[in-house]
Design a protein around this ligand. Structure first.
Ligand SMILES: Nc1ncnc2c1ncn2[C@@H]1O[C@H](COP(=O)(O)OP(=O)(O)OP(=O)(O)O)[C@@H](O)[C@H]1O
Ligand code: SF4
Ligand SMILES: [Mg+2]
Length: 330
């Protein structure tokens, strides 16, 4: 990815949560770039730091979080070592909108759908006419009946609620939308419809997107670029094609081993079976995956591997790429 093509850059973002007298490391020096007009997926299991990363981009981390690093949007520094740009904070949703995890619960149960749009518009200084024109336009474009405007959240199905939350997220026409597990509470059919909608919005409005998910199948469906996280670190990143067809980090291969293939055969399944369960220890020294990895050697328990280029759009953080490649692909 050329740096000039990037609308959003997170550089060396590190987050520790203060809990009583100690720190919980949640994100360890994440570098992420979002291509203008692209959809990137942040993939990782529970606790890998996905929500922490997204919240550190939009400035919604709790007080207990200690943040380092830098976030840049369209060349403007919006966060540096935990200090957020005031202009960004006061008009955040015009820059980046955020669909939080469990967004089904973000709608106020005592307010109609329409009131949510009116309040958002008023806070951002839109006139009554602008608010009503935007509502009509967005509802038409995302396939929501105007009668939904008079509904209360409890009258909406899960899929409709998520559509309303997405409509709110694009109401102020941000250049970036960030969605944290946007489909995890939905059935398979509705999941697909919501992912189709996000793609349509991306194409129609040119809104660049980050989608966080624990499900590599969701990422494969919606995103063109992948960041694979494990214990707060990016262990592999690359274009959708590279990561799906040629994963090289043992953790990504493990994730791929659980994807059901059409012909019933999965070339990564046998590697998946060799991956150990996570150990109880807080954080192994060296590589974050060393306590589970079938390819680990001495250096892995001592030093942290850095991301290295395996192609112009594919990076992997592993000391043992050659052996993994030989074992998995020969
Ligand atoms: N407010 C908090 N205080 C203390 N620790 C936290 C807090 N929020 C998250 N953590 C810890 O930080 C780490 C990363 O959590 P985070 O919620 O970012 O992961 P995640 O990938 O979004 O997980 P999930 O898939 O369950 O949403 C975890 O170890 C988690 O327990
Ligand atoms: S660096 Fe070592 S422990 Fe980490 S993934 Fe590679 S081989 Fe496994
Ligand atoms: Mg999360």
């Amino acid at each position: 990815m050329e740096s000039d093509d990037l609308i959003l850059k997170a550089k060396d973002v590190t987050v520790n949560y203060r809990v009583r007298m100690s720190f919980i490391p949640a994100l360890r020096g994440a570098n992420l770039g979002l291509k203008k007009g692209g959809i990137s997926a942040v993939i990782g299991e529970s606790g890998s730091g996905k929500s922490t990363l997204l919240s550190s981009i939009v400035g919604s981390l709790p007080q207990s979080a200690d943040i380092r690093g830098l976030v840049e949007l369209n060349g403007m520094i919006i966060m540096q070592n935990g200090d957020y740009d005031k202009r960004f904070l006061s008009r955040r949703w015009e820059y980046i909108s955020y669909i939080p995890q469990n967004s089904m619960n973000v709608l106020n149960p005592v307010k109609t759908v329409k009131s949510h749009f009116i309040e958002t518009g008023e806070v951002y200084g839109l006139s009554k006419q602008e608010i009503s024109e935007r509502i009509t336009q967005i509802f038409d474009q995302i396939g929501l009946d105007q009668k939904v405007l008079s509904y209360y959240p409890h009258q909406l199905s899960g899929g409709m609620k998520q559509r309303v939350v997405i409509a709110l997220a694009i109401f102020l026409r941000p250049s970036v939308t960030i969605a944290d597990e946007p489909t995890s509470a939905l059935d398979m059919v509705t999941q697909k419809k919501i992912l189709d909608l996000l793609q349509e919005i991306n194409r129609k409005y040119g809104i660049s997107m980050i989608v966080a998910t624990h499900d590599i199948a969701v990422a494969s469906y919606v995103a063109d670029y992948f960041f694979v996280f494990y214990r707060g670190k990016i262990v592999e990143q690359g274009s959708r094609e590279d990561v799906l067809s040629h994963p090289l980090h043992p953790y990504t291969i493990y994730l791929m081993g659980s994807v059901v293939s059409v012909n019933g055969r999965n070339k990564f399944e046998h590697i998946r079976d060799r991956i150990k369960r996570p150990s109880r220890m807080e954080q192994p020294k060296g590589c974050v995956f060393s306590d589970r990895c079938p390819y680990s050697r001495e250096v892995c328990f001592r030093d942290e591997p850095k991301l290295v280029d395996v192609s112009s759009v594919h990076k992997v953080a592993c000391f043992n790429i050659d052996e993994v490649r030989k074992d998995v692909y020969n």
